[in-house]
Design a protein around this ligand. Structure first.
Ligand SMILES: NC(=O)c1ccc[n+]([C@@H]2O[C@H](COP(=O)([O-])OP(=O)(O)OC[C@H]3O[C@@H](n4cnc5c(N)ncnc54)[C@H](O)[C@@H]3O)[C@@H](O)[C@H]2O)c1
Ligand SMILES: O=P(O)(O)OC[C@H](O)CO
Length: 350
């Protein structure tokens, strides 16, 4: 097989960190991968210059991953069709609210033999009271196989080459191994499992739990309370998979995509940080996102709304009180200090 062309679709905080890894592996394994890795960049001006021009000249995404050098062969491209040209492997890594629009642009313009992996955490609401996996959105529009990579991966720490792990969920193990070669480095270790839906669902749901952890942090509670949030959140994640994705395996929750991601995100993630500020200041979450994240996007708030859309339609809100409370607090329907009532009266204690 000729060296495969890899295209990274997205260039935010995680998109840029992952481009560093993929660019490194492309240089290290020329027999497997084309040395040039194209990265689609949503063009914007930074200090009067185009972000793509900055990345291609200075080899740094100064807006979303400051202080980290990207490999020279990672090429920033503002036109998604140009970025995707002749690509064999697509890595989708952008805030989940933008994925459908990008896939619609790519539709009919990619190789029919291409494969994809999503690193995106979130869902899409489906008419009629359901939700769709992001992998399903990509698969249904582009008609190519789509795996998922999720894990305890705070982008800045990964970019600094601190040891961590990730999980690839892929029903087709041969494809899983091919994707592992794209990502694995000395400091970024990958385990492949076949339970791809659970891998992806864990990645999305943990952002809602992290938002709850931020609320209790902001209310002034300590580590014991946060441990309770993590435990009850994990129980709801497991129940969510049992109810909506039968066939999910409990052991997947012990992979990096499960408990490990939940822990890291409830301590070091952006969702936690902004939710803490919300509980402390009472400022709207959207305002805090703008003030604190400089263009990076929170995924916990929309994800809580997406799952609530389904839980409400199926009259199951009470079975998932933590998920439900987070959504109602984000909406302003519930005061943030009611988070504690939700934990205190959780069905796990009845
Ligand atoms: N950052 C992390 O630590 C991390 C780690 C693991 C997974 N993830 C997940 O990866 C996904 C991408 O996260 P990220 O951190 O790379 O992004 P981010 O939060 O840094 O988001 C900013 C990106 O969104 C782009 N953007 C803004 N408006 C847009 C539009 N209208 N259309 C398309 N793109 C637009 C920006 O150009 C920028 O590239 C998310 O689902 C996130 O949950 C993030
Ligand atoms: O910063 P967050 O809250 O979006 O979380 C980052 C990653 O998902 C952690 O794996």
């Amino acid at each position: 097989m000729p060296p495969q062309k890899v295209c990274v679709v997205g260039s935010g905080n995680w998109g840029s960190a992952i481009a560093k890894i993929v660019g490194f592996n492309a240089e290290e394994k020329p027999e497997l991968f084309d040395r040039e890795v194209r990265m689609w960049v949503f063009e914007e001006k930074v200090n009067g210059r185009n972000l793509t021009e900055i990345i291609n000249t200075d080899h740094e995404n100064v807006k979303y991953l400051k202080g980290i050098k990207l490999p020279q062969k990672v090429v920033a491209v503002p036109d998604v069709l140009e970025a995707a040209k002749a690509a064999d492997i697509f890595i989708f890594v952008l805030p989940h609210q933008f994925v459908r629009g990008i896939c619609e642009k790519l539709k009919g313009n990619i190789k029919s033999t291409a494969v994809a992996v999503t690193l995106i955490k979130g869902f899409e609401v489906a008419e009629g009271g359901g939700i769709r996996l992001i992998s399903d959105v990509i698969r249904s529009i582009l008609n190519i196989p789509v795996a998922a990579l999720m894990g305890a991966n705070i982008a800045n720490e990964v970019a600094q080459e601190n040891y961590c792990e990730a999980t690839i969920g892929c029903r087709d193990m041969a494809l899983g191994q091919k994707l592992k070669a794209v990502f694995q480095t000395k400091y970024f270790r990958i385990v492949c499992v076949q339970d791809e839906i659970t891998v992806e669902v864990c990645g999305a749901l943990k952002n809602v739990v992290a938002t709850a952890a931020g609320f209790t942090d902001g209310l002034g509670f300590g580590d014991n309370t946060k441990a309770a949030v993590i435990r009850l959140g994990l129980m709801e994640m497991i129940k969510f998979c049992e109810v909506f994705y039968p066939g999910s395996k409990l052991e997947t929750f012990f992979e990096s995509c499960g408990i490990a991601d939940l822990i890291t995100t409830c301590y070091g993630g952006r969702n936690r940080k902004v939710a803490e500020a919300f509980a402390k200041t009472g400022k709207p979450l959207l305002q805090l996102e703008k003030e604190m994240l400089d263009g990076q996007k929170l995924q916990g708030v929309p994800t809580a709304a997406e799952i609530n859309y389904m839980l409400k339609a199926k009259k199951m809100e009470e079975r998932f009180p933590l998920f439900t409370a987070v959504h109602k607090i984000c909406l302003g329907e519930l005061k943030v200090d009611k988070m504690l009532d939700c934990l205190r009266n959780h069905p796990e204690h009845m």
